[in-house]
Design a protein around this ligand. Structure first.
Ligand SMILES: [Zn+2]
Ligand SMILES: [Zn+2]
Length: 100
């Protein structure tokens, strides 16, 4: 039986728009590659098996897009602030209110 709500393993919020880190990391790599192709290769997905299903590829996942994006954003901040800003503009999973 499927539970009615699937919660993120990191923030414990209900994942209402599940997109797995594999799908997200592809999009993120494409964005970062526009500015820094070397840095783009450093973006990796964090596959954590869970009961939520990605709306794009159908894979099981347990980490919400918000937490994954936050991890990548903090990583980019350390490496390249300009890219981090562009990232925030395009992948806004509630990050803007946290970091601005
Ligand atoms: Zn989360
Ligand atoms: Zn996916």
């Amino acid at each position: 039986m499927l539970a009615p709500f699937h919660r993120c393993v990191e923030c414990n919020d209900v994942i209402d728009n599940p997109v797995c880190s594999d799908c997200l990391s592809e999009k993120m790599q494409a964005l970062v590659a526009e500015y820094d192709s070397q840095l783009a290769t450093k973006i990796t997905s964090t596959s954590i098996y869970g009961s939520s299903l990605c709306i794009l590829c159908g894979k099981n996942m347990a980490l919400c897009p918000n937490c994954y994006s936050k991890d990548i954003y903090l990583f980019l901040q350390k490496k390249n602030k300009r890219v981090a800003r562009e990232f925030l503009a395009r992948f806004d999973f509630g990050l803007r209110k946290e970091f601005h």
